[in-house]
Design a protein around this ligand. Structure first.
Ligand SMILES: NC(=O)c1ccc[n+]([C@@H]2O[C@H](COP(=O)([O-])OP(=O)(O)OC[C@H]3O[C@@H](n4cnc5c(N)ncnc54)[C@H](O)[C@@H]3O)[C@@H](O)[C@H]2O)c1
Length: 246
């Protein structure tokens, strides 16, 4: 069964981690998928090969989410090459860590540029290409629901902004049949938060299921929202955290 057959998706930060899992899952479920990646990374081609192995069209676009021109160009290129755009997944993210004295204004600006301004600009460029049935899905964080340890205020603040953006845009775009949602992953085994990292045992202690998520377990919910099962879900936050916030 290919619930996303005929659809075109764009996933930001799709070269590794949760983003790469989302790209692969959307392709498995039938979509053609473009992904953005940071120019410094060379792993995007591998993810595109996995998309084409599913018989779908794949496209990797170097685009820094902190660069307004680059994100807009990435959306335009996706729509031009694939002829449409149905699903946008705002996944690109960074993890600023430190107390308020330790973090800098530069870090604040960069975090907001990627997590907030970049998401806003990507959605703004994507929406004109979307028809009735369009889907906007952003990747937030379980730290919006619960902050278990110090040092993550900047991260939690920037991800919390996605909740307001999601609710507001769901109202703005609902009349056009476009849904807008945010998925809050819990601790997920990626380079950002490796399951064998220094703080992983402490973090596992907060999770009801007692283990990290695999990136594919987050991607499954994104694909559900993107598909027919997500038709009537809009303006909401869906937490996929193994009971972290319980
Ligand atoms: N791993 C976790 O435990 C966890 C938990 C909650 C939320 N998240 C969120 O999930 C998303 C994916 O994180 P991940 O764990 O896969 O991390 P990761 O570090 O493995 O991957 C992050 C991705 O974002 C891309 N990226 C970073 N800065 C970018 C920029 N300026 N422009 C374009 N792309 C950029 C990276 O290239 C990479 O592809 C992030 O938004 C993150 O905040 C992760």
């Amino acid at each position: 069964m290919e619930p996303l057959a005929g659809k075109v998706a764009l996933v930001t930060g799709g070269s590794r981690g949760i983003g790469a899992a989302i790209v692969r899952t959307l392709a498995r479920d039938g979509a053609d998928v473009a992904l953005t990646y940071l120019r410094a990374e060379h792993r995007a081609d591998r993810v595109v090969r996995d998309v084409t192995a599913h018989g779908r069209r794949g496209l990797a676009i170097a685009a820094d989410s902190a660069d307004p021109d680059a994100v807009t160009a990435a959306v335009e290129r996706t729509a031009a090459e694939f002829g449409r755009l149905d699903i946008l997944v705002n996944n690109a993210g960074v993890f600023p860590y430190g107390s308020i004295e330790e973090t800098s204004v530069r870090e604040l600006d960069h975090t907001l540029a990627v997590h907030v301004r970049g998401v806003y600009l990507t959605i703004r460029a994507a929406v004109p290409h979307m028809a009735d049935g369009g889907r906007v899905i952003s990747i937030g964080s379980c730290f919006v629901e619960r902050v278990p340890y110090p040092g993550v205020a900047l991260y939690a603040m920037s991800k919390s902004a996605l909740v307001g953006l999601t609710r507001g845009l769901a109202r703005d775009l609902g009349g056009r049949g476009i849904t807008v949602n945010v998925v809050h992953p819990g601790s997920t085994d990626t380079e950002m938060n490796p399951a064998d990292g220094e703080t992983a045992d402490t973090e596992r202690g907060y999770i009801a299921l007692g283990r990290y998520a695999e990136p594919a377990e987050i991607a499954a919910t994104v694909s559900h929202l993107a598909g027919p099962g997500g038709r009537y879900i809009s303006g909401t936050s869906i937490t996929v955290d193994g009971g972290f916030a319980a």
